[in-house]
Design a protein around this ligand. Structure first.
Ligand code: NAD
Ligand code: UFG
Length: 343
């Protein structure tokens, strides 16, 4: 069985491709390499000793994407392509809406035209907005109180997929709401290559541990959490990749929604401490003002995925720090060589 991975050269896509190849699936990666490089695909091929069909194409261009996919037989698609930087989405909303939404509409039209009925979509815990419960399950309201165009684009795409299902009852879709993906493949050969200054905590901490940046800025220490810093549900990217495989294997007509998280919350200071331990390096930090739009805690209730998909997070925060550090040491510039010091 062949699976199309849009955005398959990126951080989550590359790990997902590897897991699918190891499970015996054939993989086609469609990516415009706007935030990745073909090197990640070459490394997946080397790690798995399998070949990956690669299509360099902008999914935002319907004609180009339809033409490229016309000759390819695939039975399911995992749709990861999109822009994901929250701050950038506030500065350039139309680019975010255009890329994320138009690409999805194009993919859905192509799937319909080819009668490919199976779709797994990369959604995000961001659709829940400000959490109203200690741990968030899938029945938590979505689309309310979202603070940025990135998050709103995810909530809109979820709705679009539901509407497409309403018009096409045979369609089988899964919306995977990721919590905070971290870590890298244990080989250190594939991982996350942020462009410029990392927005997310762990890649920033990795660069501080490596001596590339002076100190971590801890965004606020007066939240209502045990140590006052923000608490998140960090999920190892290989567990996330396993979650895609499980979702693919449990597709049924309809639109199912699953949280992919560990159910465990760690604070910013927990992450810094775990990373210092895993790397054996000092990780200096300074407390700064809270970041606009941040909430105190976001923790998944992953029970539905545990029960329905037979999936659960197996790897710990320490595993993620160890694997991230291996990746960081072996690839100090990332795969695109876009590491820059300027803040
Ligand atoms: P990433 O940027 O590493 O991967 C996205 C890939 O999509 C990149 O390879 C990029 O080149 C490609 N792409 C972007 N626009 C494209 C287009 N128009 N046509 C073809 N390819 C295109 O990001 P990631 O962290 O791997 O995220 C994958 C998906 O998961 C995204 O949809 C993201 O919004 C979602 N997600 C990520 C996180 C996270 O923290 N990393 C959390 C929740 C959800
Ligand atoms: N943080 C810092 N310093 C930094 C970066 C982050 O203190 O330099 C803190 C944040 O305030 C937060 C925690 O570390 O408390 C995690 O922040 P991230 O930026 O790593 O992650 P977010 O929870 O803000 O958001 C991430 C993705 C979103 C996704 C969301 C899902 O960036 O795309 O998880 O929950 F939607």
């Amino acid at each position: 069985m062949r699976v199309l991975l849009t955005g398959g050269a990126g951080y989550i896509g590359s790990h997902t491709a590897l897991v699918l190849l190891e499970a015996g699936y054939d993989v086609t990666v469609l990516d415009d390499f706007s935030n990745s490089s073909a090197e990640s695909v070459a490394r997946i091929e080397a790690l798995t000793d399998r070949s990956v069909q690669t299509i360099a194409c902008n999914l935002g261009d319907l004609r180009e994407a339809a033409q490229a996919l016309q000759v390819i037989d695939f039975e399911a698609a995992i749709h990861l392509a999109g822009f994901k930087a929250v701050g950038e989405s506030v500065k350039n909303p139309s680019a975010y809406y255009r890329n994320n939404i138009v690409s999805t509409l194009n993919l859905l039209d192509i799937l319909r035209a080819k009668n490919v009925r199976e779709l797994v979509f990369s959604s995000s815990a961001t659709v829940y907005g400000v959490p109203q419960t200690e741990r968030i399950d899938e029945s938590h309201p979505t689309g309310q109180g979202l603070t940025n165009p990135y998050g709103r684009s995810k909530a809109m795409i979820e709705q679009i997929i539901r509407d497409v299902h309403a018009s096409w009852p045979d369609f089988k879709a899964v919306l995977l709401r990721y919590f905070n993906p971290v870590g890298a493949h244990e080989s250190g050969r594939i991982g996350e290559s942020p462009s410029g200054v990392p927005n997310n905590l762990m890649p920033y901490v990795a660069q501080v541990a490596a001596g590339q940046r002076e100190s971590v800025k801890v965004f606020g220490d007066a939240y209502a959490t045990p140590d006052g810093t923000g608490v998140r549900d960090y999920i190892h990217v290989m567990d996330l990749a396993d979650g895609h495989l499980a979702a693919l294997q449990h597709l049924e007509p309809g639109v199912a929604t699953y949280n992919l998280g560990s159910g465990i919350g760690y604070s910013v200071l927990d992450v810094i401490g775990a990373y210092a331990e895993a790397s054996g390096k000092d990780v200096p930090y300074v407390i700064t003002e809270p970041r606009a739009g941040d909430v105190s805690r976001v923790i998944a209730d992953p029970s539905r995925a545990n029960q329905m998909l037979g999936w659960s997070a197996k790897r710990s925060l320490d595993d993620a720090c160890r694997d991230s550090w291996r990746w960081q040491k072996q690839n100090p510039e990332g795969l695109q060589g876009r590491y820059t010091v300027a803040e």
